[in-house]
Design a protein around this ligand. Sequence first.
Ligand code: GDP
Length: 453
Amino acid sequence: MQYLRLHGIGGIGIIRMSGKDTFNILNKIFIQKNKKDLKDIPGYSMKYGHIINPNTNELIDEVLVSYFKSPKSYTTEDMCEINAHGGNIVIRKILETCIENGAKLANPGEFTKRAFLNGRIDLSQAESVIDIINSKTESETSASLKQLQGFLSKRIESVRQKLINIMVDIEANIDYPEYDLEEVSYNKTLNELNDIYNNLKQLENSFDNGKIIKEGLKVAIIGKPNAGKSSLLNSILKEERAIVTEYEGTTRDTIEEFVEIDGIPIKIIDTAGIRNATDEIEKIGIKKSLEMAEEADLIIAIFDITKKLDKEDIEILDLIKNKKNIIVLNKIDLIKVNVEIPKEIKDNKNIIKISALNKEGIEDLYNKIAELFRFNEIKNDNSLLITNIRHKENIKEANKNIKEAIKTLEDNMPIDIISINIKNALENLGYITGENVSESIINEIFKKFCLGK
Ligand code: GDP
């Protein structure tokens, strides 16, 4: 069965074919300039020639064809890539010719799915392919590349191996009780389980940083009308240090702006717009911003420094006190003397004075955000970061089982009781690499892929 795929319009259009009939089909439709037998064409080489319709001898395009011979190919099957001119008509015609000669159209993610099913990569590596394609920033790409190279797979595999060794020890205890391994095993197993727990916990925790890299830090700017929300947003978006990227915001009726500060993606939930809809009742407006800000990782509460804080400001302060927040005192350009911090917020550690209008203090605001979310650590962290919620959930589940096993041992229960927890943890971890994962989950994962990958 053949699989082929059409790429988007560009200077070059590539059609990929994979499967055992690839070269038979190619031979029918591809006339090489210097004709060589397939056996004389090494894998990873290119041939120049023309694609024709073998029934009509019609010339379709002048192309270069790459040959990949099984098992050394993306899918591990025989593969070729026809590099044609990028126009839609030409590509479509080549595609049709391939199909007329025995190929079948590929589904999204089909090539990567085959690479996984044929055992070249595991599931976590396959998932990283889509992450690389969808990456919005360099840090996200680098985290995904690490995953593609198999760093996560290796780490999970080494933990699994340790768990298997524990299982073997336990079995030995059951099978040869006369050896009295019990005492030694207890302590040894307990130590090993604690190591595994810490190892997995560290991986699980890395998701917080991984999530920031992947989804961006969600920041909401809130404040009363005229405090300067729009002006602040504008100065962030026009700032040189922040690269504005087009991003489709989808959450309810908020607008989301996507910027990248020092390589870290930041998604700004712009609640400024809602003021218009709720002009009559200002208070509801603020409540609504807060509702919208609920999913934010950080709230920037902006106040007009030229005005005394009123009841409503106090209410805002009260409502955000349980969230990570930065208090921004705006319009300092209007204050001639030293800016006095209102007593109600004096105790807050994260106060930044700015002039959104003159772009004064914006740098301080960035630095504060970077400090609060440890951007330096994220950027310089060369260890493995989990960026996929499916991986995190399975690691968490596995660690729950490890914790239970530890508790069982600490309670001096018979050692063989923990084998059920160990088995469960092994299964949880296996889901990450795709060992015992169900077909429906596999289909779900590959559905998210783009065509041609
Ligand atoms: P929003 O309603 O919170 O979005 O506030 P805007 O950003 O629309 O600002 C309200 C008014 O305050 C506008 O007339 C702005 O020009 C003005 N404004 C905002 N920031 C500053 C500032 O830093 N200094 C001064 N002097 N005016 C500002």
